[in-house]
Design a binder for this molecule. Structure first.
Ligand SMILES: [Mg+2]
Length: 282
């Protein structure tokens, strides 16, 4: 079930441990992270994201031209996740990049926010690994569980896992930017903080880079949809990272219009300074 043995970074071990202790179902609160963690749902999210990742890897292995791979990946992962959610949680609502928006999600207490394939372009460019599967759960407007799978790396992150601590923030913070278009905010931060720009695809892969301690700041001001960040943000919060809008206000999910103009995910040590700089630049 769990694949993660290809890389010994600690997360695979954590994941195995959390599954081994699967009898700890039901709600609990992690007072250190600011996210209410519901272990049973978080484990389900991890299993579903991992399973969708396996579907995607098998499609990628068949080869084919990039456009066909993108379409097949989006469709197959959507089909797998929607089936899994329908079987396990028939009464929950779903907001997905790959399905029509159903207004039921605005009245349902439990809403899954999913991106079956985040980083579709990178998925179609083997052997790139910066693509992801996002599965998050919102209850009453609050993110409560989530999982991000990085199938190309054989890794699944879940809010059910204990994430290992990161090292100190380096003197030159590493700032994640999209492969095609560094935003003005990212360029400004790199200049002011004497940071280093790190190009990468997929909001999920970028956020997991901060979670893992491979980068320090992910700032996006070009606009995103809720499914781009819901699951990554759930993991980031569980890992004790800072998450907000660029002006420091909270990020909200399952809104009538699921468009998020901007987002900041970073090491908490840098948050105040980054928000200050972003406010000054506004
Ligand atoms: Mg997608």
């Amino acid at each position: 079930m769990i694949y993660g043995d290809s890389r010994d970074c600690g997360f695979a071990t954590c994941r195995k441990l959390s599954l081994a202790h699967g009898h700890y179902f039901g709600p609990s609160r992690d007072h250190h992270s600011g996210i209410r963690i519901v272990i049973g749902d978080a484990m389900a999210a991890g299993e579903i994201a991992t399973g969708a990742g396996q579907v995607l890897l098998s499609i990628r292995a068949t080869g084919g031209n990039p456009e066909a791979l993108k379409a097949a990946g989006d469709a197959a992962s959507q089909e797998y996740i929607s089936q899994q959610l329908a079987n396990r949680y028939p009464f929950d609502a779903v907001l997905s990049e790959e399905a029509d928006d159903d207004s039921d999600r605005l009245v349902n207490h439990r809403v899954w926010i999913i991106d079956p394939l985040d980083g579709t372009r990178e998925f179609s460019e083997p052997p790139r690994v910066d693509w992801a599967v996002h599965v998050a759960l919102v209850e009453g407007g609050e993110l409560v569980s989530g999982s991000v799978a990085l199938p190309g790396e054989g890794l699944t992150f879940s809010t059910a896992d204990q994430l290992p601590p990161r090292g100190p923030v380096p003197s030159r913070p590493r700032i994640l930017v999209s492969r095609t278009r560094p935003t003005e905010h990212a360029l400004m931060l790199a200049d002011t903080l004497r940071g280093e720009l790190v190009p990468m695809g997929s909001a999920g892969a970028k956020t997991m880079a901060v979670v893992r301690g491979d980068a320090d700041i992910y700032v996006h001001s070009g606009g995103q949809w809720e499914w781009d960040s819901a699951a990554p943000v759930a993991i980031a919060l569980a890992a004790g990272l800072h998450v907000s809008r660029l002006d420091g206000s909270p990020v909200r999910y399952n809104q009538p219009n699921p468009w998020l103009p901007d987002i900041l995910i970073c090491r908490s040590e840098l948050a105040q300074r980054v928000i200050q700089l972003c406010r000054a630049a506004a």
